[in-house]
Design a protein around this ligand. Structure first.
Ligand code: IMP
Ligand code: MG
Length: 174
C-alpha cells in the first residue's frame, strides 16, 4: 500500500521545542548530573538532540523493549530485548521516549526501572497522544500533545521506514 506523509510539526518547531525542554531540564537539575535512558529505537533521535541542549553533566544508556501485539497497537506485555549496560542505583534518571500512546510500554518500563532504586526517575517524551491513554503514566516533560493519528519521523517509524525524517508527519494511506 502506498502512503503519503503530511507534515504535522516542522523541523523548526521540533528543534525549538527540544531546545526549550533542554533548558528546562538544565534548570531543574542544576548542580546535579542526569542519566538519560533512551528507549530504542524511536527515542534515539530525540535523545541525541536533547542531550546536546542540556548544560548539566549528562550520561547516556540505551534499552530496547518490544511489546507483543501488532505494529500499530501495543498489548501491554513488554519484553526486554536489550537491557541497560549500567545500574541505575542512586542516579537521577530521565527516561527518553518518542511517544506515549496507550501508555502500556511506559507504565511497565517505569515500574521495572523503579525497582533498580534510582535517586529519582522522570519521563520525557517528544510526543503524547492523551486521547489514547489506557495505562496510567505520569509524564514529566512533554514536547507536543498530538491528536490520535499515526505519526512518523524524528525516530518514529511506520514498518521501520521514515525514522530519519527531520520533522513529524502523519501517515496518509492512499
Ligand atoms: P504505548 O505502549 O501504546 O504507549 O506505545 C508506545 C510505542 O508504540 C511507542 O514507543 C512507539 O514505538 C509506538 N507508537 C505509538 N504510536 C505511534 C505512532 O503514531 N507512530 C509510530 N509509532 C507509534
Ligand atoms: Mg518507542
Amino acid at each position: 500500500m502506498a502512503e503519503k506523509i503530511k507534515v504535522l510539526l516542522s523541523e523548526e518547531e521540533v528543534d525549538a521545542k527540544i531546545k526549550e525542554i533542554g533548558q528546562q531540564i538544565s534548570k531543574d537539575y542544576e548542580g546535579r548530573q542526569v542519566h538519560l535512558v533512551c528507549v530504542l529505537k524511536g527515542g534515539s533521535f530525540f535523545m541525541c538532540e536533547l542531550a546536546k541542549r542540556i548544560t548539566v553533566p549528562v550520561s547516556l544508556d540505551f534499552m530496547s523493549v518490544s511489546s507483543y501485539g501488532s505494529d500499530t497497537k501495543s498489548s501491554g506485555v513488554v519484553r526486554i530485548v536489550k537491557d541497560l549496560d549500567e545500574p541505575l542505583k542512586d542516579r537521577d534518571v530521565i527516561v527518553i521516549e518518542d511517544i506515549v500512546d496507550s501508555g502500556h510500554t511506559l507504565s511497565y518500563l517505569l515500574e521495572m526501572l523503579k525497582n533498580r532504586e534510582p535517586a529519582s526517575l522522570k519521563l520525557c517524551t517528544l510526543l503524547d497522544k492523551p486521547e489514547r491513554r489506557v495505562a496510567d503514566v505520569h509524564v514529566d516533560y512533554t514536547g507536543f500533545q498530538i491528536p490520535d493519528e499515526f505519526v512518523v519521523g524524528y525516530g518514529l517509524d511506520y514498518d521501520q521506514k521514515y525514522r530519519n525524517l527531520p520533522y513529524i508527519g502523519v501517515v496518509e494511506f492512499e
